[in-house]
Unconditional design. Structure first.
Length: 406
């Protein structure tokens, strides 16, 4: 993965939303993308429980491409874009072509760029969706609308009502056509899935590296989505054709890997490593609190899956005879790269987690906002991945090397 492409995606942490209104907390594009995929997961799982087919691979890639599009068009508000699409279709097509042009030098992976081109074409209306993708696209769109509504609800108490009247009308009108989706119905009427979502939303308010000034600040939830995206991109580099469940698991393991922090808060690495036995003790405490405060808000048909994402989250693993089993990378590829084993490249998620932390530290240092915590963090991360380090078929040493000289 090219460093410049990763830094381009990292810009999602700097794009502010609702910047013509009062905001009681930092509202940025990366966090919106993260919450959207959490909502999409919930709605999608409800549809699967009703016997419907969800194309998770399409949705996972759509989450990346939609973020790339938002980064390129950060200054265009939604009402303006809607008018462009409806009233000036030719200009709208040219605008989308311009978006693609912004990434030609960043994306060397031809297959990835081809997927991006198709996504832009389908969502702009110039290319029809494939048969069977319509429901998945609706779930993704519904998640987009509802996550926008949640942001509006969270900033409403500090804004004068007259500033929000027209916006609320538009947002509530937009969401009406998706209320046939059972998961959205329950979120909209604030049933159990809503309680689960509000727990996860607490990760939007938790700042990483909280012991030091840093630019840009990143939330735990936004970090989780960034890790999921990095995992998606890195797994493309080892030359292995992943089964659909493995691709799905890798992404959502990245998205949910810090889920316990919604109820435990972030415990920084130096504290976790303060004593030899503390990491395992903290893990046990996390499991106790998660089972008490998070699990009761999960639906039975996705509860075990989410717990699988968060248990041994950084280990390569499968499910064998109903139990989680750690396996080596070669075994993942040669014996267990099949949906029936629900394989996970946990070590790629860990690599992505560390790469995200390196970007967070390095970016702030380059902006001139630095501290001993950031400098030491960068040095320690680079030491963890010397030249020649291979993680699940990925040249991690070369991935980290460009930051050593900067």
């Amino acid at each position: 993965m090219d460093k410049n492409f990763a830094l381009k995606i990292f810009e999602g942490f700097s794009i502010e939303r609702w910047n013509d209104l009062v905001r009681p907390f930092s509202v940025v594009e990366m966090d919106k993308s993260a919450e959207k995929m959490v909502v999409a997961y919930i709605i999608g799982k409800f549809e699967e429980n009703r016997g419907q087919k969800i194309d998770w691979e399409w949705m996972i890639y759509a989450s990346l491409f939609d973020l790339l599009r938002k980064i390129a068009l950060c200054d265009i508000k939604s009402p303006v874009e809607r008018l462009l699409r409806s009233q000036y279709p030719e200009e709208y097509i040219k605008l989308n072509e311009w978006v693609l042009d912004q990434y030609r030098t960043f994306i060397s992976d031809r297959d990835l760029f081809s997927r991006f081109t198709l996504y832009i074409g389908r969502t702009s209306g110039s290319i029809p969706f494939e048969k069977g993708q319509e429901l998945t696209a609706r779930v993704f769109r519904a998640a987009h609308k509802y996550s926008t509504l949640r942001e509006l609800e969270m900033i409403s108490p500090v804004n004068e009502p007259m500033r929000l009247e027209q916006i609320k009308k538009e947002v509530y009108a937009d969401i009406q056509s998706f209320l046939d989706l059972r998961g959205l119905q329950l979120l909209y009427t604030r049933q159990r899935p809503f309680d689960f979502l509000t727990k996860i939303e607490q990760l939007r308010f938790q700042t990483r590296w909280n012991q030091t000034p840093r630019v840009p600040k990143t939330s735990v939830l936004g970090h989780c989505f960034f890790v999921a995206i990095l995992t998606l991109l890195l797994q493309r580099e080892n030359g292995v054709k992943l089964c659909s469940k493995r691709l799905f698991n890798n992404f959502f393991c990245g998205l949910f890997h810090d889920l316990p922090e919604a109820v435990t808060r972030d415990i920084i690495s130096p504290v976790k490593q303060a004593t030899h036995g503390l990491p395992s003790v903290i893990k046990e405490i996390e499991e106790i609190i998660v089972n008490k405060d998070l699990v009761p808000h999960m639906e039975d048909f996705y509860k075990n899956e989410i717990m699988y994402f968060t248990d041994d989250e950084f280990c390569n693993r499968i499910i064998l005879n109903g139990k989680t089993v750690r396996v080596e990378y070669d075994e993942l590829n040669e014996k267990y790269n099949s949906d029936q084993y629900s394989p996970v490249d946990g070590r790629i998620v860990r690599l992505s987690d560390h790469y995200s932390a390196l970007l967070e530290a390095d970016s702030s240092i380059k902006h001139g906002i630095t501290s001993k915590h950031l400098r030491d963090g960068k040095v320690n991360l680079l030491k963890s991945y010397p030249q020649g380090t291979i993680i699940n078929g990925i040249d991690a040493g070369s991935l980290f090397a460009p930051f050593a000289a900067s």
